[in-house]
Write a protein that binds this ligand. Structure first.
Ligand SMILES: Cc1ncc(COP(=O)(O)O)c(C=O)c1O
Length: 364
């Protein structure tokens, strides 16, 4: 006999697996909701809101909206200037968090809709995207293959977790080998009767960026109006989603992507392409201003900079917030430099989007 507690509180149907446990806003007892009812609720709410991306299927795996806190300690340490805030996508939930969860909610929904049983993706052995893909695939019952390049003396925490989440790891010698290897493995899986689904680097495709449009919506819905959002940018999907999201919502917040690796020109081109893909996907014209600052990359991707290390210390000592040296520290360094250069006035509000990545600080 089924346990009655495993009934959905809405449709009352017995559930083999209770995917979601929600609590009501006040002190009412907890209620269960099954996936089917959750999807119906989401689609009703999203259609009511009239958000163009609302009707596109996605999974609901993160904890939203992610919190926004004011950074009074950092503002004081910088000698005043604009009011500073932080949005914690690093607290997003699964896979040790970060912006990748938002994108993968859309990508994995498409994988499931295509009846895929296996997902594949690429990255470095420290890749946040690869780790989160492995975590979410485990969560929704998909097999996962990761094609990873790079060397390390110990075992990077992300690589350790990739294996712990049950992903099959394929090591390749360099970046250029990743995509061809992914295609080859996908073909082999298909030949063996599996249904593979390949995920692009960083899930930075228009569909994935819809998840970051939802981040823009959370920011636009905040009672504080933010003049600027600073965040780390690399494969461009996060920036494309934020810029497209603000434009769709007629929100004047400006997005400043701070490069973790490539030139401003190359990232801006990539962001613009993804935005146009989003426009096609949603059937809405989009042409946001795209601003990428590549002055804080230093010697290259993943190589810490003195400004980034200072940003790590300032955030840790004055806010108790940990940044990572690869992405968020360089983005924070750009924001700090512009505050020190008095580019902003005291009555402006600046938001720093913490996109996660702190596991780069740890080895297993
Ligand atoms: C922690 C972190 N922040 C920012 C980014 C950049 O995001 P995007 O690739 O969407 O530009 C990444 C991408 O890997 C990341 O891991």
């Amino acid at each position: 006999m089924r346990d009655d507690s495993l009934r959905c509180s809405f449709c009352r149907k017995s559930q083999d697996v209770v995917r979601k446990l929600i609590s009501s806003p006040s002190d009412y007892p907890r209620a269960y909701i099954c996936d089917e009812c959750l999807q119906v609720c989401n689609s009703i709410l999203e259609e009511q809101d009239g958000r163009p991306w609302g009707s596109v299927p996605h999974l609901d795996l993160g904890l939203y909206p992610t919190p926004i806190d004011e950074m009074l300690g950092l503002q004081e340490a910088l000698g005043g200037g604009p009011r500073l805030y932080i949005k914690h996508d690093d607290y997003i939930g699964p896979g040790f968090g970060g912006n990748k969860v938002r994108k993968l909610e859309y990508i994995l929904a498409e994988a499931q809709a295509n009846d895929a049983d296996t997902v594949l993706t690429i990255g470095s052995i420290r890749s946040n995207h690869a780790r989160v893909t492995a975590a979410l695939a485990a969560n929704v019952g998909l097999k996962c293959h990761l094609i990873l390049n790079g060397q390390a003396s110990g075992t990077p925490a992300s690589l350790y977790l990739d294996e712990l989440y049950g992903a099959t790891i394929h090591r390749v010698a360099n970046r250029e080998d990743r995509v061809p290897t992914m295609h080859r493995i996908a073909e082999e899986l298909s030949a063996n009767g599996r249904k593979p689904y390949e995920i692009a680097l960083g899930a930075s495709v228009p569909l994935g960026s819809l998840g970051c449009m939802r981040a823009a919506e959370e920011i636009a819905n905040c009672p504080v109006h933010f003049d600027f959002v600073f965040h780390s940018t690399s494969s461009g999907g996060t920036q494309a989603g934020l810029a497209a999201g603000f434009e769709s919502l007629h929100c004047t917040t400006k997005v400043i992507g701070v490069s973790a690796d490539d030139s401003s020109e190359s990232i801006a081109t990539q962001v613009a392409e993804i935005v146009q893909g989003v426009a096609t996907l949603l059937g809405t014209p989009l042409d946001p201003r795209i601003s990428v600052d590549d002055r804080f990359v230093g010697e290259g991707y993943g190589i810490p900079t003195p400004e980034g290390l200072e940003a790590i210390r300032l955030f840790a000592r004055h806010e108790g917030v940990v940044l990572d040296p690869v992405y968020t520290a360089k983005a924070a360094a750009a924001m700090i430099a512009r505050i020190r250069a008095r580019d902003f006035t005291a009555n402006q509000n600046i938001l720093f989007l913490h996109t996660g990545g702190q596991l780069a600080l740890f080895s297993a």
